[in-house]
Design a protein around this ligand. Structure first.
Ligand SMILES: Cc1cc2nc3c(=O)[nH]c(=O)nc-3n(C[C@H](O)[C@H](O)[C@H](O)COP(=O)(O)O)c2cc1C
Length: 183
């Protein structure tokens, strides 16, 4: 099994990263999966230019770190998207990466996968869940989501994910279920 983790946060070891760790712990069965991590905030990933070059299957003209992402994404059985909400959607670095995936938006690369969306948020998560559900379904893949409000509405304080053991367990259990699926 090949697992790809896209770390959408700028904060290493933050809430969404911790959920991703739990999913990976659940996925680690008797035959450990191959895991690749990408952290777009630390990568050289240019914006899609909408030049249309990729539309005839020739790949992306931009020669940057996405060239390393494309093969890993295509071969992944499980794609974990750690996505803190920023202004009602995913972080800009994660969105830039997904825009560039347009170059491989084929059934071969997006089909027959399990997408795992890990959303940490203060107020709202709907837009990103709806987005991934639609993408996954459109390519015949499956989508799963673990959602956590890391915010105390009564005090207005952000809370660390460690204070949500049930959600951490949910992430672990999801990893375990995907591992058992024995792809
Ligand atoms: C610049 C910025 C914008 C944010 N915008 C939103 C938002 O629109 N909606 C929301 O629910 N949470 C928002 N948040 C809260 C984060 O999504 C939340 O704190 C999350 O748990 C951070 O995850 P991380 O530790 O993985 O980075 C925002 C946080 C920051 C720093």
């Amino acid at each position: 099994m090949n697992v790809l983790v896209l770390h959408g946060s700028a904060r290493s070891g933050g809430n969404s990263d911790t959920l991703a760790e739990r999913v990976l712990e659940g996925l680690a069965g008797s035959i450990p999966p191959g895991v690749t991590h990408f952290r777009p905030i630390d990568m050289d990933i240019g914006h899609c230019r909408a030049c249309g070059h990729c539309s005839d299957g020739q790949g992306c003209v931009l020669n940057d770190d996405m060239q390393g992402v494309y093969p890993r994404f295509c071969e992944a059985d499980v794609v974990v998207v750690a996505a803190p909400m920023f202004w009602g959607y995913m972080t800009s670095q994660l969105k830039t990466l997904f825009d560039r995936l347009e170059a491989i938006a084929t059934e071969q690369c997006f089909g027959n996968k399990d997408f795992v969306l890990l959303v940490t948020y203060r107020h709202y998560y709907g837009s990103i869940v709806e987005w991934l559900d639609r993408i996954a379904k459109g390519f015949g893949s499956r989508s799963h989501a673990v959602l956590c409000r890391t915010f105390d509405l009564s005090t207005g304080q952000d809370l660390p994910i460690a204070t949500f053991p049930d959600t951490l367990h949910e992430a672990f259990s999801l990893g375990k279920a995907l591992q058992r699926r024995g792809r």
